[in-house]
Design a protein around this ligand. Structure first.
Ligand code: NDP
Length: 315
């Protein structure tokens, strides 16, 4: 049978390019988990993904009710779950004030980390039931959360501090909207959320890999300077960023190439090692990359996991 893969945020950018790359192999059925049904339908059509290769299901990661509803709907569909790709994200670099999810968590960490944390925890059970030979859970990371790289050192740097803001629920009321308890900064909130994504992947690996055989991985697909992720940025930035990445940092990667990279992490028989943060070199060959000190801090990963469990209502 075909593999069955759920991809969050498959309505644009990396998620859509990955869906397209997998559909073209003829070996995958893609469940596009998207907040905007019509946008997803149009995107699938314009990408030329054949009807029999995808299903769109509603998922708004900025609402934990919606996450639970998605899981119910998915189970009712009786499709198997062989691979889960947590890809969706918001990036709000010019926001002056925090905005919030339905439950009142700062929007970047609430969507990118907490929404996916609940989704991944609930769907672990479904992955375990699958009889597919290589079951995987992938959480898209980013270099911007890695302070051991050049790009990760562009201020404001990711820093989860002692997690006091996360502990306080990121509400901006009794606690800060930022994980480290500092003043709100949209670009930093995004980077912090990506560090949480990478910590979560490793914690899943430590807790569940041996017992379940599931491969847990993260990746940095390269800088895809043309995606909607930068839609909130100032116009000058949006004009200059793609050529800057192409000619100066040389980290630029097309959406198509990035989609092929993530598709490899989904299905390539050579990328089955669990607990790995994948990156690609200049010749587009994959390698196991090093995470920053904070993004590989096992004690922090455990604490982020425990606090997140409470925030999403699992503990
Ligand atoms: P896009 O903005 O193009 O895609 C983001 C996707 O997430 C969209 O489909 C969007 O839906 C979806 N999304 C946003 N909020 C929600 C929500 N509340 N519920 C459900 N879906 C939501 O950006 P990219 O393709 O660039 O980003 C994809 C991933 O790649 C992210 O995890 C990002 O951190 C990562 N990444 C990107 C890099 C880059 O250079 N672009 C570099 C490294 C990592 P909608 O279409 O409705 O807006």
């Amino acid at each position: 049978r075909k593999g069955s893969v759920v991809i969050t945020g498959a309505s644009s950018g990396l998620g859509l390019a990955t869906a397209k790359a997998l559909a073209e192999t003829g070996k995958w059925h893609i469940i596009m988990a998207c907040r905007d049904y019509l946008k997803a339908a149009r995107a699938a059509k314009s990408a030329g993904i054949a009807k029999e290769n995808y299903t769109i299901m509603h998922l708004d990661l900025a609402s934990l009710d919606s996450v639970r509803q998605f899981v119910d709907n998915f189970r009712r569909s009786e499709m198997p779950l062989d691979v889960l790709v947590c890809n969706a994200a918001v990036y709000l670099p010019t926001a002056k004030e925090p905005t919030y999810t339905a439950e009142g968590f700062e929007l970047s960490v609430g969507t990118n980390h907490l929404g996916h944390f609940l989704l991944a925890r609930l769907l672990l059970e479904d992955l375990q039931k699958s009889d597919y030979p290589s079951k995987r859970m992938i959480i898209v990371g980013s270099i911007t959360g890695n302070t051991n790289t050049l790009a990760g050192n562009v201020p404001p740097k990711a820093n989860l501090g002692d997690l006091r803001g996360l502990q306080g629920g990121l509400s901006g009321l009794n606690s800060s909207a930022m994980i480290d308890g500092g003043d709100f900064d949209g670009a930093k909130a995004y980077k912090d959320s990506k560090v949480c994504n990478m910590l979560t992947m490793q914690e899943f690996h430590r807790r569940y890999h041996e017992e379940t055989g599931i491969t847990f991985s993260s990746l940095y697909p390269g800088c895809i300077a043309t995606t909607g992720l930068f839609r909130e940025h100032i116009p000058l930035f949006r004009t200059l960023f793609p050529p800057f990445q192409k000619y100066i940092t040389k980290g630029y990667v097309s959406e198509e190439e990035a989609g092929k990279r993530l598709a490899q992490v989904v299905s390539d028989p050579s990328l089955t090692k669990s607990g790995v943060y994948w990156s690609w070199n200049k010749t587009s060959a994959s390698f196991e990359n090093q995470l920053s000190q904070e993004a590989s801090d096992a004690e922090k990963a455990r604490r982020v996991w425990d606090i997140s469990e409470k925030l999403v209502g699992l503990a």
